[in-house]
Design a protein around this ligand. Structure first.
Ligand code: URA
Length: 216
């Protein structure tokens, strides 16, 4: 599917040429883990630039070597980057470098074999979530089930102002996530064709966690 042709309310496809170029290298099956990790970090910086475009600022008085002036700084509580374990770490680390003052939350979920429900096994977040802009990250939006469960848990702890950021999305995952959490905008670098029978994004890049951490 052409990314330009993809229009769905609340979904923003960031198809900058640099991002697309780096993504192509990440998709190649022979790209080694070390290169894959470097590229996901570089892409996270570019995506982070776009995702934070609307952060509020306030003017503060400063003194330059030349004169006094007022200049903008980020206002409000420090934002929270939420990493959905474990592949979320690939995006979260670059975003944290880009926004070093950000707080970082982690959420771990596993799928119960019988009920197929996403069960939370780990949650750690900063306080005052209701006053923070929360940037929830997972590189792959496949069925959308874990993103939906993660957002439900994060909202249940008070978060209100939330954006979801991924690298690749399947159309199925996008529409499931939009239906479940219509208040959460989704940013992605690409909308791929479909999911295969094993739940992998096609053409995709394989298992993002395995490729980041070299576990396969
Ligand atoms: N998770 C992955 O890591 N890759 C996919 O293609 C789908 C889900």
């Amino acid at each position: 599917m052409s990314v330009d042709a993809y229009k769905i309310d609340g979904v923003k496809v960031i198809n900058h040429p640099l991002i697309q170029h780096k993504l192509t290298i990440m998709r190649k099956k022979d790209t080694p883990s070390v290169v894959f990790r470097a590229l996901i970090k570089e892409i996270s910086l570019l995506l982070g630039y776009e995702v934070t475009r609307h952060l509020p600022t306030e003017l503060i008085d400063i003194e330059t070597p030349v004169t006094r002036t007022s200049a903008p700084k980020l206002s409000g509580r420090k934002l929270c980057i939420f990493s959905i374990l474990r592949a979320g770490e690939g995006l979260a680390q670059g975003l944290h470098d880009l926004i070093p003052s950000a707080r970082v939350g982690h959420i771990g979920l596993y799928r119960d074999h019988d009920s197929l429900e996403a069960i939370e096994y780990y949650f750690k977040a900063p306080n005052h979530l209701s006053e923070r802009f929360c940037l929830v990250v997972d590189p792959m939006l496949a069925t959308g089930n874990s993103a939906i469960a993660a957002l439900t848990q994060i909202k249940s702890r008070g978060a209100k102002n939330i954006v979801f950021l991924c690298l690749l999305a399947a159309p199925e995952g996008l529409s499931n996530l939009r239906n479940a959490h219509p208040d959460v905008e989704i940013y992605t670098a690409s909308v791929d064709e479909k999911l295969n029978e094993h739940g992998y994004i096609v053409p995709g890049l394989g298992d993002a966690g395995d490729r980041i951490f070299g576990t396969k």
